[in-house]
Design a protein around this ligand. Structure first.
Ligand SMILES: [Zn+2]
Length: 118
């Protein structure tokens, strides 16, 4: 996925957030300030998680491709052996679970499996 496609995807998702909140507002005309806040937060959290996932995946790819020296074992410094892509689950502060598919490496010296860079 290139940067343009990523931005296009974010635009689509932002529009869904905007129209979703507008629609919800019509269905809940008497919502309290707190309820509105919860609803907006919930919808923004999904967009936030998507953006974080896309940016994280892209930075990881960039670092692995550009700097072969960056992909070393943090314990012993040996160069990692690429093992293909592996999924990794992370939690955002908003409590959303995101799944990152990243290049995975194993240290040939100490056998540690790592997702560079961190
Ligand atoms: Zn090692």
């Amino acid at each position: 996925m290139n940067g343009d496609e990523m931005i296009k995807r974010w635009h689509i998702m932002s529009e869904e957030v905007i129209s979703g909140v507008a629609e919800w507002r019509q269905q809940h005309p008497k919502a309290t300030f707190r309820e509105i806040e919860d609803e907006v937060d919930k919808r923004l959290a999904a967009l936030r998680a998507r953006m974080m996932t896309d940016v994280a995946v892209q930075s990881a790819q960039t670092e692995w491709e550009e700097g072969e020296r960056a992909a070393v074992c943090p314990s012993c410094g040996a160069e990692l052996v690429k093992k293909g892509k592996k999924k990794r689950k992370l939690q955002t502060r908003g409590g959303q679970e995101v799944e990152l598919e990243r290049e995975y490496g194993v240290c040939p010296r100490c056998g540690q499996g790592i997702f560079p860079p961190g």
